[in-house]
Design a protein around this ligand. Structure first.
Ligand SMILES: NC(=O)c1ccc[n+]([C@@H]2O[C@H](COP(=O)([O-])OP(=O)(O)OC[C@H]3O[C@@H](n4cnc5c(N)ncnc54)[C@H](OP(=O)(O)O)[C@@H]3O)[C@@H](O)[C@H]2O)c1
Length: 340
């Protein structure tokens, strides 16, 4: 157990790309749980693109100089409630700190599925996987044999979307990512049929080469030029699943994408966005779908694991720069498997 608790604070608002200078690690004595709460030692943290949105001066955004929030998995180390037992592993949203005081209402007990690593509860079985699952099954309403294009395909939601789509019987899978190595990884490891580096030319040209016959569904993690290209490539009755807009989070002054609005009518396209937080009722259904595939090895979690809480901010900034493949997760050093 650490002797000092650390919390990450945001200290200034970025305009454009954030840096380590917008954050501070603040040390304090261990927080003491009040009656009815428990102290959790955090073991795994999720850093996510939405944290970048919350860094801006927006309603519900991060307050400056206060501990930041985020998804985390930890162990109860002291409890003043009969509803939380010392040693229990729980999921909660008071992350970006080594220790958190939580109430039973704020935590979710994680199920224990044989052969499923703890990080999976933040990747394919966590909010990342749930986002991909909701996008495919509820927003796209994917049917067997349909062809997909996924942007930011090598990231957390992107890899989960590709792997889930394959398991759901999708046809041709096309992905885009930020490097040739990631594009190759998508085809060799993740099960995509074709992938391109979006830096290699106009998105419409690259997508046209990778999906010459068009696609039925676009899982859009990025927005911008790739969204415009996908409108052109979608077939009649195509669906655009608006998941995120990461191409704009650090470039607030960039113009929005331009596309032919007539395509929406003439091809009877549907564009629908969603927030995973409005679909948490599907968590059990996700387990029922994904856990057997994880246990059989047909589904592999794609993760970049960074060791050490002190690297949390670096991991977050690295994710914004595209340094991750799959879901990025920060792991406490006590959880690093010992080599043998
Ligand atoms: N709707 C929801 O409820 C919900 C839930 C979770 C996530 N999201 C959204 O889903 C998207 C993916 O999230 P994630 O957690 O899975 O993150 P992620 O994809 O694992 O990480 C972000 C990735 O975005 C890519 N990227 C960064 N800047 C870019 C740019 N200018 N153009 C294109 N790609 C860029 C980088 O990959 P490259 O190397 O490929 O550039 C980076 O690895 C984000 O937009 C996020 O906000 C939405």
């Amino acid at each position: 157990m650490n002797e000092t608790a650390l919390t990450v604070h945001q200290t200034a608002r970025p305009h454009g790309f954030p840096t380590a200078g917008h954050f501070a690690f603040v040390a304090s004595p261990f927080p003491a749980p009040a009656a009815g709460s428990a102290l959790v030692e955090n073991l795994y943290w999720s850093v996510d693109p939405y944290h970048r949105e919350m860094m801006d001066d927006m309603p519900g955004g991060f307050a400056l100089g206060a501990p930041l929030e985020g998804r985390s998995i930890g162990r109860v180390i002291a409890s003043r409630t009969p509803l939380l037992t010392e040693g229990e592993i729980v999921f909660h949203r008071r992350g970006w700190r080594t220790h958190a005081v939580v109430t039973p209402e704020e935590v979710r007990r994680l199920p224990r599925f044989d052969g499923v690593p703890p990080t999976a509860y933040l990747s394919v079985l966590g909010g990342t996987g749930l986002t991909a699952y909701v996008g495919l099954t509820r927003i796209a309403r994917l049917r067997e044999g349909e062809d997909l294009f996924v942007s930011a395909a090598a990231g957390g939601v992107g890899t989960a979307s590709g792997r889930f789509a394959r398991l759901l019987g999708a046809g041709r899978l096309v992905g885009s990512a930020g490097s040739a190595a990631k594009a190759a990884h998508l085809v060799k490891e993740v099960g995509f049929d074709a992938a391109f580096d979006y830096h290699d030319g106009p998105a419409a040209v690259l997508l046209g080469e990778a999906a010459p016959d068009g696609v039925d569904v676009f899982v859009d993690n990025v927005g911008g030029e790739q969204l415009a290209a996908a409108v052109g490539a979608l077939r009649t009755f195509g669906r655009i699943v608006r998941v995120g807009t990461i191409s704009q989070y650090n470039t607030p002054d960039a113009p929005p994408p331009r596309f032919d609005y007539a395509d929406i009518v003439e091809k009877s396209l549907r564009m629908e966005g969603f927030l995973v937080s409005n679909h948490l009722d599907l968590q059990e259904e996700l387990y029922e779908f994904a856990v057997p595939h994880l246990q059989s090895g047909r589904l592999v979690p794609d993760e970049t694991v960074v060791d050490g809480f002190e690297h949390l901010v670096d991991a977050f900034l690295g994710m914004l720069r595209g340094e991750n493949t799959g879901k990025i997760i920060v792991r406490d050093r006590t959880q690093v498997p010992s080599p043998n």
